[in-house]
Design a protein around this ligand. Structure first.
Ligand code: C5P
Length: 210
């Protein structure tokens, strides 16, 4: 099995952007696991299911018509159709994704898919629990963060309404696979770094270890 590159961090830390660029540089496949949790959330809302009603979510979970493609953040397929950015980053999905992602059975289902990717091809995978839970044995772990002000400004610049502080609070405090830096992950504070500097820093570190 290829050693996966695990990139974790809070919302709007810029980790998706850098993970995609690192994957391009290395010729690896980029996997955005947030999109997977978002797709399940979108599906539940479409079905009229209240994300806080765990029993109802679990009842529908086996019928989620989900398959994941491999072209990055817009890689989620539902009903054979790509679910695009607007659906996955809508206000509704932002507000409920952390509730869905706290359900252990949802996580078990998606973590299994995530590991499957890496059995087929080398991946750069970004999320919240990639270094702690999905690939605990990989030597390539990065925890990408930025100050709350910088993250709020970055998110605002994208024109998205998203209460990232609230999502981070929920993601960090859940019982199963909370957002956390793995003890052996390298911390990368991007507050005062350009995207290019972050990409170069992480890629250099990976290449030193390869
Ligand atoms: O990365 P993104 O902000 O799109 O993730 C959306 C949400 O999906 C997170 O706030 C979190 O609740 C959930 N998530 C998770 N574990 C991951 C990736 C995302 O719980 N590995």
């Amino acid at each position: 099995m290829h050693p996966a590159i695990a990139i974790d961090g809070p919302a709007a830390s810029g980790k998706s952007t850098v993970a995609k660029l690192i994957a391009d540089r290395l010729g690896y496949t980029f996997i955005n696991t947030g999109a997977m949790y978002r797709a399940v959330t979108w599906y539940m809302l479409e079905q009229g299911i209240n994300p806080a009603d765990t029993a109802a979510v679990l009842e529908s979970l086996p019928s989620v018509p989900l398959s994941f493609g491999k072209d990055g953040s817009r890689s989620v397929v539902l009903y054979g159709q790509h679910v695009l950015g607007e659906e996955l980053t809508s206000r509704q999905v932002n507000d409920h994704v952390s509730t869905i992602a706290a359900i252990p059975e949802v996580r078990a289902l998606l973590v299994e898919r995530q590991r499957e990717y890496n059995r087929r091809e080398p991946v750069v995978m970004e999320g919240r629990d990639i270094g702690t839970v999905v690939f605990p044995d990989t030597p390539f772990k990065y925890f990408v963060t930025a100050s709350e002000e910088v993250r709020a400004a970055r998110r605002a610049a994208e024109g998205l309404t998203d209460s990232i502080a609230e999502r981070d609070r929920k993601d960090s405090s859940r019982a199963t696979a909370p957002l956390a830096q793995a003890p052996d992950a390298l911390l990368v504070d991007t507050s005062d770094m350009t995207i290019d500097q972050v990409v170069r820093f992480i890629t250099d570190n990976i290449q030193q270890k390869l």
